[in-house]
Design a protein around this ligand. Structure first.
Ligand SMILES: *Cc1c(COP(=O)(O)O)cnc(C)c1O
Length: 372
């Protein structure tokens, strides 16, 4: 049996007719950069996130970048985030001219450990960016409390958390601004590149609308220096179609994850994902931890099972950040999990027989003791 890591074709096949007519409508409208198709999607996505405003952008990286700029982050400032994330979170901080300052993650949820914040705080700290890694929301209440105490905004990197919940609140609606990516492989993915921010703060939404369009509040009247971060209209139109299927997709992901986890919890060498009681995890990535990960992965791939590693090198040890001079051992949890993480096939259209084959095969490999 073959089990791909991800199968976008299966996800898109039933929607092809809808995509075709939506794309035809955009072509007929003649409006391709922003415009009504994007505005309609923004309205629907804001409602989905239980937020007042959404602003469509060109990517998730731009979402984090413009969110930070709108909060006034600039050269000489520091922004606190985690090393266990995709590079883009830190890149966005650097592209504001600010410095990423890391706090380690919790060893069960893999999200920002709030008790590390006090040590990372300086007089230059201008924002905190927790990451909802793999689809589980960070422990936001203590993070928000810390932010309030020190007058620092909390910006959610929700690029992996579309539809995730924390104490009944939706990802993106909890901090000052929520940042989303619609990279094709995300739980809500475009047919190309796209991203968005959501917020309940009208002033911040307006600032980001201006920043995404060359700093112009009115055509050819530029109040600030911005950039071109507009959402493509074809992406907006297709995202509006896919948004209607997001909840169902998330429910299917959760069902596959529950089946995986029930089985893996019975295997001593495997650490299955931990779902915090107050969190609704949406399993953008289903990652287990195993000893001798690379060998397990090699054997799984030989048996037709696609896997991935998210992420093999924590951000503070990336060559690009050598100038930050973080030694190995600086963030021990992030470093340990980077060596053990193994992402298994996870997408809504997985068949139960495929899930069972993955369970059987992983268990067999781990129990065969090859990894001693
Ligand atoms: C995907 C991702 C991003 C970047 O989104 P793009 O749309 O690829 O620019 C940022 N942060 C996290 C945590 C991500 O997973």
């Amino acid at each position: 049996m073959k089990v791909p890591f991800l199968d976008l074709k299966a996800h898109h096949a039933p929607l092809r007719g809808h995509f075709k007519s939506a794309i035809a409508d955009v072509i007929d409208s003649g409006i391709f950069a922003g415009g009504p198709a994007v505005a309609d999607f923004e309205e629907a996505f804001a409602a989905f996130c239980k937020c007042d405003y959404a602003v469509g952008l060109g990517s998730g990286t731009e979402a984090v970048w413009l969110a930070l700029l709108a909060c006034g982050v600039g050269p000489g400032d520091e922004v606190i985030t985690v090393p266990s994330t995709f590079m883009a979170t830190a890149e966005a901080i650097t592209y504001c001219g600010a410095k990423p300052v890391f706090v380690d993650v919790d060893e069960r949820t893999y999200t920002m450990a709030p008790d590390g914040l006090a040590r990372a705080l300086t007089s230059r700290t201008k924002a905190i960016v927790p990451v909802h890694l793999f689809g589980q929301i960070a422990d936001m209440d203590p993070i928000l409390k810390f932010g309030r105490q020190h007058g620092i905004p909390v910006i959610e990197d929700a690029a992996q958390g579309h539809g995730a919940e924390y104490k009944g609140r939706r990802a993106g609606s909890i901090g000052e601004i929520g940042c989303f990516s619609f990279y094709p492989g995300k739980n809500l993915g475009a047919l190309g590149e796209a991203g968005a921010i959501v917020t309940n703060n009208l002033e911040l939404a307006e600032k980001i609308r201006i920043l995404r369009d060359h700093g112009q509040a009115r055509k050819y009247h530029h109040t600030v220096v911005g950039w071109n971060c507009r959402m493509d209209a074809i992406q907006g139109a297709c995202l509006a179609i896919k948004l209607k299927h997001l909840e169902r997709g998330n429910e299917l992901r959760r069902a596959h994850a529950a089946r995986y986890t029930a089985a893996f919890n019975a295997v001593e060498e495997i650490v299955a994902p931990f779902e915090a009681e107050c969190a609704r995890h949406v399993y953008h990535v289903y990652a287990i931890r195993v000893p001798d990960r690379d060998e397990v992965m090699r054997q799984l791939e030989a048996k037709g099972i696609g896997c991935g590693v998210h992420y093999p090198v924590p951000v503070h040890l990336q060559q690009a950040y050598a100038s930050l001079e973080h030694a190995r051992g600086a963030f021990p949890v992030s470093e340990q999990i980077a060596q053990e993480f193994l992402s298994l096939p996870m997408f809504p259209e997985l068949a139960q027989a495929q899930v069972d084959y993955v369970i059987e095969t992983v268990t067999e490999i781990v129990n065969s003791g090859v990894m001693a």
